[in-house]
Design a protein. Sequence first.
Length: 421
Amino acid sequence: MKTLKNIFSRSTSLWLALELILVTVICWWTFAPVLENLYLWYLPYGYDADRMVRMEVVSTLNGTERMNRQEEICTEEEMLLRKVQEIDDVELAFRTVYTAPGFSSHLLHCKIGDSTWIRFPTIYFQRESPIFKAYGIQSLTPEVSTSELTNDCEEDKTIILSRTFAMAAFGTTGVAGRTIQLYYVAQNEFKEYRIRAVVEDVRQGGMYPDNTIGYVCSTQGQTLTNRPIIVRLREGVSAEQFREKCEHELLHTLMTEHCYIRKIETVWEQNSFNMRRSKGRLMGRNILIAAFFAINMAFGVFGTLLMYMRQRREEAGVRRAFGATRWSVFWGFIREAWLLTTVSVLIGCIIYFQYQVSGDFYETGIYTNPAVHHWFDSIETHFPIVSLCVYLYILCTVLIGTAIPAWRICRSKITEAIKEE
């Protein structure tokens, strides 16, 4: 307490404290969205994307001709799929219906209790499709193995739930054989599905990463053309190696009379593209704003600290004249800077906390899912984590800005320090 009293007895220290409080508030405003977006960007996908590629299939026919010859094009695309499956490096390959994990998908709703709704991404698959084996999504239902998940499914009547979805809807993963009602907004109707099994969570990409997923066995999209091919590579074959091999050696063979593979990309690249398209612009803007304020505030704090330390040059000389060592004077300045920063940041965080609470920062939005929880969804975790990051940034800035002039002062001669003042 005595040290704090000595620090705040100086008018210069009070001005520095006010500046640090303002810096804390601005840092909170700029750092919070950046930390949230970076966290979402680097969430693990839950499957081995290093051994997966996505092949974009297109037709040489225009839209009208493709519609008129849809059955013929679908047959050619099946032939193209068999050609891909015959490649030595390919372990599994299948044509997606509409979507696959990690890509954009339809949204359905499920009602839990009397008032809680879960919004979840929906992945459609065909009966006996190897989608789960290809992605390595493990079955959590003991009586149904991963390779048998899509067997014995009734089209438009069977659903497979992710772990988080099952826990949110039923509180357990042992729900195979039970039924669940899903709400279709477009048709304004409920449909009942039999639960085939529960599988491990994977992350769904896009603007709102979600692991509450329902896999629906459906006839939808089976007659669509230009459906991409998802490929699982053999052990030891990287996606980059496979793509280079296809582009230089195999691409000219992967075609039929009217269909060919236009582009091969890794699943990592496609997922990153989806994230950039949905959050990239917002994330880039937030990072630029945070970087601009961080650099400018660092220079501002450095300038203030330089003036602050110059005013204490005589004090350092007097203390050394009375027997204090250079290191004791130096660490005394560092200790005061740490205490001043800690108190100022604490006050700044409390001020911003009041703004957050009054601004309803933690109200559930239209796109949030009550079954999915991230650290920034709750004030109990969001506030301390961001506050810690803000504190560490400001503390490092202040300590560096204090240490450089303080060390120069301590290295100067005692007579020069006193005379110069």
